[in-house]
Design a protein around this ligand. Structure first.
Ligand code: WT7
Length: 695
């Protein structure tokens, strides 16, 4: 499915991966990433009278942190004891190797233990008398649509779905693909898989049929759980039609067929009557669950049993299926949720992320339920029906912790503060940010306007691969600096290295790596352990390489400067330039394509594509539209290029490598800062490209 399209430009550019590319990137960090003027940003003292932080001050943090890295077995075992384990882990339960020179990379946590994360998310709270507490506060796309599900109700539905999945032969280790909008049935489906030891693979509802097909085929999913449709703002999307196409495409390429499609009816988008239904393969969610008991046996799994796969983009080739395992992920997402959001059972919490991304896994489905929160599940978008939607919802449910992405903050900021001031927001205590660097201006607005200066900001740096927060403030524990993710979480040892893998001390800037395993370290890339080692552990031997650049200031605070590989971060969505290039060259009139990121006021980064056409083809508006359509159909609308720049030729070195640094400068109209271009095979292409800008 993936990789069927070859891209000559990419093949040359990545021939020497990983070391060369990474080293090259090291010399020229992405010019489009925000570079906050570290020393000019005023500190914001943590002095918020409204709550007592769990970690009272920096000294207490330091003591806890020290123990977490010196005695990881003991530190994490103490926390793990809060959970139910069917069988306890061994005394020395963790081991890892992060150095390829010492053999295969491996990571192990809670060795010997047996547990179940769904049990710990639900049954444990019901057994403790919290069954009637709201679990999900569902808020639909239209403000009039909402529903509440208690912990007991969610447990009942999870068990019914678990029983159904078992009845059709899904069991421990089987993969289940999920392609749904933000309805409660989405986390319910995930938890049902976890209960029976099946491995879920959630695919964001904005991905195209082809992208979904690739993900279904790669993990050989037995079942696809989807919905009839979804309303996104005022737009209706026929999800089931896309899912049907995907199953068809996946089957053409793979012998492991999806044998069952469970369809959940989203009445307010597409009703049953308007949904295409394949007899013998499809079953309505309601019919599947009919007659199923609300209790289901728990599958106790080894701590290192895979919990889920989540596909994410990298510098090269097809998306990688990142694998997270049960025990470590459970303990780590719980601990970060508790300390970073200062969260207690019963708190009303709202994360605006979609379950299709890691944030929706760790800080919607799992972390908050492990703590026992009541959380908002939001189907809509922050600006519909108007730009005050978030604050209206905050007041409606009395949200205490609110977690969103800088791109949303910037678009709400642009709409103006009147939308915020219309609502009183006095329930808010903590404001979280995730997905991309937050520029100090947006940070200020979030803090001063949304939080009325009363709420600390937690700017959480982490990744799909890390499973949970890695570098983040603890609220009200130490002073903040707008734009800095500040200090590492317990158990995390971040280091800054130069391009020769030397650790830099003190104030420094370079590549951000992690030195020792943390409980939710990704365990492998599904079906390709080599790729796991090559991508994450070979670039800087002895370390996990994040793909980000970072700076450490004199106070030891970390400032993430953005990706140093060929990954673009658009509205907090990670997009591989190689994937967009493949989608462009799939068009018969496109000979070559090179994609770079450029600074975008709302999205953080936008996608800028240089396109060389086949001999004899001419530049037309229709062709521009067709090229964008090609990206939409290969990946999804969210990856559509913001700009197509016609390129008679691309700036290449004599060995044929595209100089992306030059393209980034042209895209951001900074060709006066090109630097040395004497190594280009044909330096005249630069002027040609500048002349064609905007054409
Ligand atoms: C990449 C990971 C983390 C969950 C959502 C995205 C960027 C993420 C921050 C932050 C600066 C950030 C990094 C990272 N990123 N959070 N607080 N400050 N950059 O997960 O899709 O795996 O993307 O997002 O570049 O590598 P993801």
């Amino acid at each position: 499915m993936w990789g069927s399209i070859s891209n000559p430009a990419r093949d040359i550019a990545t021939a020497a991966l990983p070391d060369k590319v990474v080293a090259a990137a090291a010399v020229a960090p992405d010019a489009t990433s925000p570079q906050p003027p570290v020393d000019l940003v005023p500190h914001v003292p943590s002095n918020y009278p409204h709550f007592t932080p769990f970690v009272e001050n920096v000294d207490q943090y330091k003591a806890m942190y020290q123990r977490s890295i010196e005695d990881p077995d003991g530190f994490w075992a103490d926390i793990a004891s809060e959970f139910h384990w069917h069988k306890k882990w061994d005394e020395k339960h963790t081991s890892w190797n992060f150095d390829v020179r010492n053999g295969p990379i491996h990571v192990e946590w809670f060795k010997g233990g047996l547990t179940n994360i769904a049990y710990n998310c639900l049954d444990r709270h019901v057994a403790a008398g919290r069954g009637d507490q709201p679990c999900f506060l569902w808020e639909g796309n239209e403000p009039k649509d909402s529903a509440v599900m208690t912990y007991s109700q969610v447990l009942g539905e999870v068990c019914r779905m678990a029983n159904y999945l078992r009845s059709i032969g899904v069991g421990k280790g089987d993969a289940v693909s999920i392609y749904m909008p933000m309805v409660c049935e989405l986390p319910i489906a995930m938890l049902a898989c976890a209960r029976i030891g099946a491995v879920h693979s959630v695919v964001f509802g904005g991905f195209s049929a082809e992208a979904l097909a690739g993900r279904i085929a790669d993990c050989k999913a037995k079942v696809l759980i989807t919905s009839s449709g979804v309303m996104r703002g005022s737009k209706k999307i026929d999800l089931k039609a896309i899912a049907d196409k995907a199953v068809e495409m996946a089957e053409l390429n793979d012998e492991h067929l999806v044998s069952t499609v469970v369809v959940q009816e989203v009445k307010h988008a597409v009703t049953r009557e308007h949904t295409h239904f394949v007899q013998g393969r499809d079953v309505w969610w309601e019919d599947a669950l009919r007659g199923q008991p609300t209790e289901a046996e728990v599958e106790w799994v080894e701590a290192d049993h895979p919990l889920f796969l989540l596909y994410t983009s990298g510098s090269t080739g097809k998306p990688k299926g990142v694998v997270h395992c049960t025990g470590g992920y459970m303990v780590y997402t719980f601990t970060t949720t508790k300390y970073v959001f200062n969260m207690a059972p019963g708190d009303v919490y709202w994360c605006t992320a979609d379950c299709g991304w890691i944030t929706g896994h760790s800080y919607l489905t799992y972390g908050p339920l492990l703590v026992g929160a009541s959380q908002v599940v939001f189907e809509g978008v922050p600006t519909y029906p108007a730009a005050d939607r978030c604050w209206q919802v905050v007041d409606k449910y009395k949200v205490k912790q609110f977690y969103t992405a800088p791109t949303a903050i910037r678009s709400l900021m642009r709409a103006g503060e009147l939308y915020v001031k219309e609502h009183n927001r006095d329930s808010l205590r903590i404001l979280g940010s995730v997905g991309e660097p937050i520029n100090p201006e947006a940070w200020r607005w979030y803090h001063d306007v949304v939080g009325d200066g009363r709420c600390p900001i937690v700017d959480t740096w982490w990744q799909t691969e890390t499973g949970g927060h890695m570098i983040t403030p603890l609220p009200n524990t130490w002073q903040q600096k707008p734009g800095s993710a500040t200090l590492p979480f317990f158990g995390v040892v971040p280091v800054i290295v130069d391009d020769k893998a030397n650790e830099l001390q003190g104030e420094a800037e370079g590549m951000l790596c992690i030195k020792q395993a943390w409980p939710s370290t990704l365990r492998t890339v599904y079906g390709d352990h080599d790729r796991y080692e090559t991508n994450y552990f070979k670039p800087f031997p002895g370390y996990y390489f994040s793909g980000d650049g970072a700076r450490r200031d004199k106070d030891g605070y970390f400032w993430i400067t953005g990706r140093v590989d060929d990954v673009i971060n658009v509205s907090g969505h990670r997009i591989g330039t190689a994937e967009v290039e493949s989608a462009l060259v799939a068009h018969p009139k496109c000979a070559e394509a090179a994609v770079v990121g450029f600074e975008h006021a709302i999205k953080g980064q936008g996608i800028y594509a240089f396109v060389t056409l086949m001999e004899g083809e001419s530049y037309t508006e229709d062709l521009r539209r067709e090229l964008i359509a090609s990206v939409r159909s290969h990946i999804g609308a969210f990856a559509a290029p913001d700009a197509i720049h016609w390129a008679p030729g691309l700036p290449k070195t004599r060995s044929g490598k595209i100089m992306r640094r030059v393209l980034r400068k042209i895209a951001s109209k900074e060709e006066d800062q090109l630097g040395d271009i004497s190594t280009l095979a044909d330096p005249s292409v630069v002027q040609q490209l500048v002349d064609l800008r905007g054409k």
